[in-house]
Design a protein around this ligand. Structure first.
Ligand code: NDP
Length: 402
């Protein structure tokens, strides 16, 4: 909770006040950096308005209502899926205020440091709120561990809703809306800053922004699949998820675009081609793996994978584990896809600095850690059946390598 926000600030220093380099050099402007990260009322008002705007879209826009996966007591929460509509309305609204001259996207770049501080403070305060809310309404899963720091970090409630059970789903909302939609907006703001500064949009910038926007669209396109993500079904809603969703996603996943504002005027075409190959290979693996598991879990008997009936292991819990298609090659093939995508977003920055490679490095740590934790949970859940599954599918993420 101390080191990660410090790293995030440092990354901002690197791209905005150190010429994109990792080590402070002659170009380092500490004074400018310290001035820029001072929270301002403008940034606070803008961020709160942003969260409220997204919450209104979340509540008001139409969308299919679906049931989540069964909770421990067998009940299911209901969710309205209107993320794609929220993204579209946001972009149209942004285009309108920009065209009317009421707001300029580049303001987000200029206020980036102040916004980062506001979001950081918000995430700490909001995590405190969810900590107490979870203790007051432990609900279906009283899973807090007892000591304040651990519970504050990991959360005390699985699905905090205001009001309890029937109300506004805080985790489902924060998992995507202010952060993921915000990431698209920040990316566009950084691209607009490049155009304003240099009078051109480079191929590198166009690639990074368009591929990241495609990723976010695909997230909302398959929004129902999100309900089976570990974040929604297993993790409590504490500082870890809150900081990741509100700060890391919009302010760090956009790091490559920030770096590109003043770098890489010309991208060699073979690298552009490599970027596309890596991205679409990763995208295929990521989407196909998640879709195969999703289709299988919905109707195991009717599910066909790669033209054949799905093969599976039966567990004594009654749940089936898919061992066909990508899930027969590794136990988390979807993580490999995500990692290839991460690399493809950093390659357009070329090799002048390690800073824009933070995202793939971060994803490596995140996915390795996540796979271990999921393996542990599944071992607890499935016991000897999981051991059988491990023998049948021995590779964790990358077939024949890891
Ligand atoms: P998964 O979607 O892989 O879900 C893991 C769960 O699936 C297990 O706990 C188990 O739960 C079930 N499962 C495991 N093996 C099988 C099998 N063979 N057949 C059927 N069910 C199985 O994990 P995540 O929620 O971590 O990831 C979802 C996606 O989100 C991934 O593509 C990931 O890369 C992406 N992601 C992206 C992040 C980012 O910041 N860009 C961050 C985190 C994730 P059970 O059996 O109880 O159903």
């Amino acid at each position: 909770m101390i080191v990660l926000p410090a790293i995030v600030y440092y990354l901002y220093f690197c791209v905005a006040f150190n010429g994109g380099d990792l080590i402070p050099g002659r170009r380092a402007d500490w004074h400018g950096f310290l001035g820029a990260i001072r929270p301002t009322f403008g940034a606070l008002a803008a961020y709160l308005a942003w969260v409220v705007f997204q919450a209104l879209l979340f509540l008001a826009l139409p969308g299919r209502t679906v049931e989540g996966l069964p909770l421990k007591d067998g009940s299911r929460l209901r969710y309205r899926l209107n993320g794609l509509a929220a993204l579209l309305v946001t972009l149209v609204a942004l285009g309108a205020v920009q065209a009317a001259g009421v707001f300029s996207l580049t303001w987000i770049h200029d206020q980036f440091g102040a916004l980062l501080s506001v979001i950081t403070l918000f995430s700490f305060a909001f995590a405190l709120f969810t900590y107490y809310w979870g203790r007051a309404y432990p609900g279906e899963s009283p899973r807090g561990r007892g000591d304040f720091l651990t519970d504050y970090f990991l959360g005390t409630a699985l699905n905090p809703r205001l009001p309890h059970v029937t109300g506004f789903d805080l985790k489902f909302f924060f998992e995507s809306r202010p952060g993921l939609v915000g990431w698209v907006v920040v990316d566009l703001a950084l691209a607009a800053t490049q155009v304003e500064r240099h009078g051109t949009l480079t191929l590198s910038m166009a690639l990074v922004v368009s591929l990241q926007v495609l990723y976010v669209i695909s997230y909302f396109w398959s929004e129902q699949g999100v309900l089976s993500m570990i974040d929604i079904r297993t993790e409590n809603f504490g500082w870890m998820l809150i900081y990741g969703d509100t700060a890391l996603v919009p302010m760090v996943y956009s790091l490559q675009a920030f770096y590109l504002i003043d770098h890489v005027p010309v991208l060699p075409s073979w690298i552009a081609a490599l970027v596309l190959v890596l991205f679409f290979t990763g995208f295929y693996i990521f989407r196909a793996a998640n879709a195969q598991k999703h289709r299988f879990r919905r109707d195991p008997q009717a599910c066909r994978v790669w033209g054949r009936p799905a093969a599976y292991l039966m567990t004594s819990r009654g749940t089936l584990l898919l061992i066909s298609g990508l899930w027969g090659l590794a136990r988390h093939p979807n993580y490999l896809g995500d990692w290839l995508i991460a690399i493809s977003w950093s390659l357009p920055t070329l090799f002048g600095s390690v800073v824009p490679y933070f995202y793939p490095l971060w994803m490596t740590a995140l996915l390795l850690n996540r796979e271990r934790r999921d393996d542990h949970w599944c071992e607890e859940k499935y016991g000897s059946d999981w051991q059988r599954y491990r023998e049948r599918v021995p590779w964790r993420i990358v077939p024949r390598i890891y």
